[in-house]
Design a protein around this ligand. Structure first.
Ligand code: SF4
Length: 916
C-alpha cells in the first residue's frame, strides 16, 4: 500500500536534463510546475504533467529475486557480496564492472562510484550517460581543462543568434523550447538557425534550416572558423589574452575544404544558406550554440563539439550573457553523474586519473589504500570485455542496456555468458532484468530522496512523497549494504542521503584553493555541513557554491580563467571526417535514432500512461516519399529494417521532414512494448576514439516491406501469453479502465485497472491467424462477426455485460477507432447500441473519432483539426481558442501548424479541382 503525501511536496521531474521543478500536491492529479523553480517557472511539458499517472504498482519489482525466485534482502545482498569477493580474489578487481545511469540520484551515484573506484579498486564503473553526452564532456575538457558547462538558461532569453545543432528541443527538452519560443516572440532581432538532417518540430521557430548531410557538422564549423579568421571577424584581443592554439586550428581548418562552395557540397546544402549562416554568425555577438545527441553520438563526436567551441573562442563569445557553447544533457542527472565520477574515465569531485595528485587526494579523503589507478572501461568496451569473458560480474543500475546499447543482441548473448549479472531496477520485467541472475527492487521516482543536477549546473532536490512499494529500497541503501557486507562498514555507514551529500560536497572543497583561484571548477564548499533539515530545505542552486559565489554562479569563464595548466583555453586543431560506417548496395539508407515527443527512454514510466501513448502508439520509421517509392512502401505499411546485426519491424510514416537517403526510428521501444522494435539491435558499436560514445545517429541499413497478409488488434484486460507465436508483429499499448465512478482522483490514479491493446500483423493466412489469436481470448459471451469473402473477423467477449476482450482482423490496415473501443472497456453495462456497434465494428458516431492524438494535454486529434480547418480556421491561435489544443505545454504547436498548412492545402487543391 502506498503512503500518499500528507502535504504538497516540491520535487524535480525525473525525465530530461531541463530539470523542471514539480509541485506534487496531496491530490496527485493536480501535479503542477513549481512556480519558484528557475528552470521552468511553473511550466511542465506533457511528460511532467502526466507524472501522477506513472505511480501505480503495475509492473513494479517488489522483492529481491535470486535466479528467478523471490528472496529477501539479506540473502540477495549476501549473494552479491560473496560473488564480488570471489571474483576479486580469483581474477582481480578489473573482472568486476558497474554500469549506472543518469536516472540515479547524485547520492546513489556517489556511493556506487566510491565503492567501485575507491574500495573494490577498479574504475570499471561507467554509465548510460556515455551514450548521451560523453563527447561533450571530452570536448569541454580539451578546450577548458575541465568539463565545465559555461552557460545558464537565461542565456536563451539573452541571445541574438540561437543555433540548434543536432538537437530537437521541441520534443527532447520541451520547456527550454518554450523559453526559446517566448524569446523569439519578445526579441525581434533573435535569429534561430537549426542544423539537422531532419526537419524537426524545432524548425517551427527557425529563420534558417540547414539540413546538412549526416555527420558533416565538423566540416561546417571548421569552415566557419576559417571564414571568421579570413574576414576579420575574430576577437584578437580575447584570443591573445585568454587562449592558445588559434593559428594552428585556423591553419588546419583552411587545409581542408574551406570554400563555401566546397563545404556546401560536403554538407549537401545550398551555398547561399551557408553564406547566410556565416554572415549572421559573423555579425552577432550574442551567439548561443545549443547542441546535444545529434553532435555527441558520433564516431567523431568530440571533434564536432570542439569545432563548435573553437568558433566561440575565436570570437570571444564565452562567459557573456547570451553567448557560449551549450551542451544540453539528456537525462535528469547526467550532470550529477559527472560530479561524482560516474564515467569510467573520471574520479569523484570532477577529478581525473591522469593527475596522480587527484588519485592521492581522493584516497586520503576516503581513507582507502585500494583506489583505482587508471581509467576503467567505457560502456562499449566494458560490454565487449563481458563478451570476452574478462568481466565476470556486472551490476547494472537503473538502466536497460539491452535496449539502448549498440548491437543489443550481441550484448545480450554476452551477458548470458557472464558469471553473474545483477540488475537493480524499479520494474520487474525489462529486457535486462529478464537475463539477470539477481534482481534488486529499487525505489522509484516519488519514493527516492536526494539531489539531481540539470544542464545548467543547477542542483535541485528530488524529494520523496511516497513510501517505496513492496520491499523496494533506495539505490544508495542497496549499494552501501553491499559495501558493508564486503567489509567496508566504516566508509559506507550512512543513515540518510544528506550525510552522503555532505561528504560529496566536502570532497569538492577538499584541497581546492590556490592563489585565489580554485584548482577545480566543482566546489560546493558552501554546502558542506547541511543538517537533515537544511538539506531538506535546499533550494535549487547552480554550482559552484563557495565564498566567491555563495548564491551559485550563472556563467563560467567571464573572468577569462580556465582550468588548464596555464589557465588559458585551448583551440583544438581538427581534421573533420564523415562517419566511419558507409552505406552500400545492400545497406543503402542511413538510420538516425532519437526521442519522440511524449516518451522517455525505454518507456518504463511514460509507457504506463495511455495519455502519453496516444500520440505515437507504435514504433515507426520516418522516410522520405522518394525513398518510400523506391522501396515500394506506403503509408502505414510495416517495414523491416535490417543490417548484419539483426532486424526490426516498424510502421511506415512517409514524410518530407526526412531528407532522401535518411530514415529515423525512435529509441524507446523495448521487448515489452513491441515484438521487434529495439533500435539498438541495429546500431554499430563504432565509437568516438576520444569519448567512447557510440554512433547512434548513423547506421547503414536496408529496408523492405513486411509481407503482411493481415492487420488487426487485440484488446484484453490481462496480458496474453505466447502472442509472438500467433503473429509476426505486435505493439503493446496499455490503457486505463475505470472500474466505477471514482471521485477521489488520488486513489483512482494509483488503483486504476489497466487494459492491454496490441496492434497486430502477420504473414500467414488471415483465417489461420484468426484461429490462433482466438485461443488467446478469455471465456465469456462471444459477439462474433466473420465475413469469409472480405476476410474480416471481429469478436467481442462480454462478461457480466462488460466488455473484457476484443479481436479485430482485416486484410487491410483499415480497422476501427481503437480509442473508442478501449473506452468501452470502462462501460459498467454495455448498451444495446454498443453491442451493435461492436458487431458492426463502427462507433456509430464517426464525428466523435478525434483521429490520431496530436495534443496530448487536451486529447485533440488530427481529424478534429481537419474539421476546424474546413470551417475556416487557419492559424494555431484560432485553433487553440476553438479546441484548446496547444494552449497548455505547447509541445504540439509545431505539429498543429504543419497540419493546418497540410489541410488548408488539401482544401485548396480540392476547390481547384472542383472549379475545373
Ligand atoms: S521539460 Fe523535461 S524536466 Fe521539464 S517537465 Fe518536461 S520532461 Fe520534465
Amino acid at each position: 500500500m502506498n503512503s500518499l503525501p500528507n502535504e504538497s511536496c516540491k520535487t524535480t521531474c525525473p525525465y530530461c536534463g531541463v530539470g523542471c521543478g514539480v509541485q506534487m500536491p496531496k491530490d496527485l492529479s493536480k501535479v503542477a510546475g513549481l512556480e519558484t523553480h528557475p528552470s521552468n517557472f511553473g511550466k511542465l511539458c506533457i511528460k511532467g504533467s502526466s507524472l501522477h499517472e506513472t505511480l501505480s504498482i503495475q509492473g513494479r519489482l517488489l522483492n529481491p529475486k535470486v535466479h528467478g525466485q523471490d528472496s529477501d534482502w539479506d540473502t540477495a545482498l549476501d549473494a552479491v557480496a560473496t560473488k564480488i569477493q570471489q571474483v576479486v580474489k580469483d581474477h582481480g578487481p578489473d573482472a568486476i564492472a558497474f554500469y549506472g545511469s543518469g536516472q540515479l540520484l547524485t547520492e546513489d551515484y556517489y556511493v556506487a562510484n566510491k565503492l567501485m573506484k575507491g574500495f573494490i579498486g577498479s574504475a570499471n564503473m561507467d554509465t548510460n550517460s556515455r551514450l548521451c553526452m560523453s563527447s561533450a564532456v571530452s570536448a569541454y575538457k580539451r578546450a577548458f581543462g575541465s568539463d565545465t558547462v559555461p552557460i545558464c538558461y537565461e542565456d536563451i532569453e539573452a541571445t541574438d543568434l540561437l543555433i540548434l545543432i543536432g538537437s530537437n528541443p521541441a520534443w527532447a527538452h520541451p520547456i527550454l523550447y518554450q523559453r526559446m519560443v517566448a524569446a523569439k516572440k519578445n526579441n525581434p532581432n533573435l535569429k534561430v538557425v537549426v542544423i539537422d538532417p531532419r526537419k524537426t518540430a524545432s524548425c517551427d521557430i527557425a529563420d534558417l534550416h540547414l539540413p546538412i548531410s549526416s555527420g558533416s557538422d565538423a566540416y561546417l564549423f571548421n569552415t566557419l572558423l576559417a571564414y571568421l579568421a579570413d574576414n576579420g571577424h575574430c576577437d584578437q584581443d580575447y584570443i591573445d589574452q585568454y587562449t592558445d592554439g588559434f593559428d594552428n586550428a585556423v591553419q588546419q581548418a583552411k587545409s581542408d575544404n574551406s570554400s563555401l562552395a566546397d563545404i556546401a557540397k560536403v554538407c549537401d546544402v545550398p551555398e547561399d544558406d551557408i553564406a547566410q549562416f556565416f554572415s549572421w554568425y559573423s555579425k552577432t555577438d550574442k551567439t548561443l550554440s545549443f547542441y546535444s545527441q545529434g553532435i555527441n553520438q558520433s564516431s567523431s563526436g568530440t571533434d564536432k563539439c570542439n569545432a563548435i567551441i573553437n568558433c566561440h573562442l575565436a570570437t570571444g563569445r564565452l562567459g557573456k550573457p547570451g553567448a557560449g557553447p551549450f551542451s544540453i544533457t539528456g537525462q535528469p542527472n547526467a550532470m550529477g553523474g559527472r560530479e561524482v565520477g560516474g564515467l569510467a574515465n573520471q574520479l569523484a569531485g570532477r577529478m581525473h586519473f591522469e593527475k596522480p595528485a587527484d588519485i592521492d587526494r581522493i584516497a586520503r579523503y576516503w581513507n582507502t589504500a585500494n583506489i583505482a589507478q587508471k581509467n576503467g572501461l567505457k560502456a562499449v568496451d566494458m560490454f565487449d570485455a563481458v563478451d570476452r569473458g574478462e568481466i565476470k560480474f556486472i551490476w547494472i543500475m537503473s538502466t536497460n542496456p539491452l535496449v539502448s546499447m549498440p548491437e543489443a543482441d550481441r550484448l545480450k548473448a554476452a551477458l548470458l555468458k557472464c558469471e553473474m549479472v545483477v540488475v537493480s531496477d524499479c520494474l520487474e520485467y525489462t529486457d535486462t532484468t529478464a537475463i539477470a541472475d539477481i534482481v534488486l527492487p529499487a525505489a522509484s521516482w516519488g519514493e527516492k530522496n536526494g539531489t539531481v543536477t540539470n544542464s545548467e549546473r543547477r542542483i535541485s532536490r528530488q524529494r520523496n512523497f511516497m513510501s517505496p512499494m513492496g520491499n523496494a529500497k533506495p539505490d544508495w541503501w542497496i549499494i552501501t549494504q553491499v559495501a558493508q557486507k564486503l567489509g567496508f562498514k566504516e566508509a559506507f555507514d550512512y543513515q540518510h542521503p544528506y550525510q552522503i551529500f555532505n561528504e560529496h560536497a566536502a570532497l569538492s572543497a577538499f584541497e581546492n584553493d590556490y592563489d585565489g583561484f580554485p584548482a577545480r571548477d566543482f566546489d560546493l564548499s558552501g554546502l558542506t555541513n547541511l543538517t537533515e533539515q537544511s538539506y531538506d530545505d535546499l533550494q535549487p542552486i547552480q554550482w559552484p557554491v563557495n565564498k566567491n559565489y555563495p548564491a551559485g554562479r550563472q556563467r563560467f569563464f567571464d573572468d577569462g580563467k580556465f582550468f588548464t595548466a596555464n589557465q588559458r583555453a585551448q583551440f583544438v586543431s581538427l581534421a573533420p571526417r564523415l562517419p566511419l560506417a558507409k552505406t552500400s548496395v545492400e545497406l543503402p539508407l542511413i538510420m538516425n535514432t532519437g526521442r519522440i515527443r511524449d516518451q522517455w527512454h525505454t518507456m518504463t514510466r511514460t509507457g504506463k500512461t495511455d495519455r502519453l501513448l496516444q500520440h505515437t502508439p507504435e514504433p515507426f520509421v520516418d522516410i522520405n516519399p522518394l525513398d518510400a517509392n523506391e522501396y515500394k512502401l506506403q503509408q502505414d505499411d510495416l517495414a523491416v529494417i535490417h543490417n548484419d546485426h539483426g532486424e526490426i519491424i516498424v510502421r511506415v510514416k512517409i514524410t518530407k521532414a526526412q531528407t532522401p537517403g535518411n530514415i529515423f526510428v525512435p529509441m524507446h521501444w523495448t521487448s515489452q512494448f513491441a515484438s521487434k522494435g529495439r533500435m539498438g539491435v541495429l546500431v554499430n558499436s563504432i565509437t568516438c576514439p576520444v569519448s567512447g560514445q557510440p554512433e547512434n545517429k548513423h547506421t547503414p541499413v536496408g529496408i523492405k516491406k513486411h509481407d503482411s497478409q493481415w492487420f488487426g488488434f487485440l484488446m484484453l484486460t490481462e496480458q496474453p501469453e505466447a502472442l509472438s507465436a500467433a503473429c509476426d508483429y505486435w505493439a503493446h499499448v496499455p490503457f486505463n479502465i475505470q472500474k466505477g465512478d471514482e471521485v477521489n482522483v488520488t486513489a483512482s490514479t494509483l488503483s486504476c485497472a489497466q487494459g492491454h491493446y496490441y496492434e497486430l500483423s502477420g504473414q500467414q493466412n488471415i483465417a489461420e491467424a484468426y484461429q490462433s489469436l482466438k485461443k488467446l481470448l478469455p471465456d465469456g459471451e462471444a459477439l462474433i462477426y466473420s465475413d469469409a469473402r472480405s476476410g474480416t473477423h471481429r469478436i467481442a467477449i462480454v462478461e457480466d455485460n462488460r466488455l473484457i476482450a476484443s479481436l479485430f482482423l482485416s486484410p487491410q490496415f483499415d480497422l476501427p477507432n481503437r480509442r473508442w473501443l478501449s473506452q468501452i472497456f470502462s462501460s459498467q453495462q454495455l448498451t444495446d447500441f454498443q453491442r451493435r456497434a461492436l458487431l458492426a465494428g463502427r462507433e456509430g458516431n464517426a464525428a466523435s473519432d478525434p483521429g490520431t492524438i496530436v495534443c496530448s494535454c487536451f486529447q485533440v486529434g488530427d481529424k478534429q483539426v481537419k474539421a476546424a480547418v474546413a470551417e475556416g480556421i487557419n492559424n494555431v491561435e484560432a485553433l487553440g481558442a476553438k479546441l484548446k489544443c496547444g494552449t497548455n505545454c505547447g509541445s504540439c504547436v509545431p505539429e498543429l501548424r504543419t497540419l493546418i498548412e497540410q489541410f488548408s492545402q488539401q482544401a485548396e487543391e480540392l476547390a481547384t479541382e472542383l472549379v475545373r
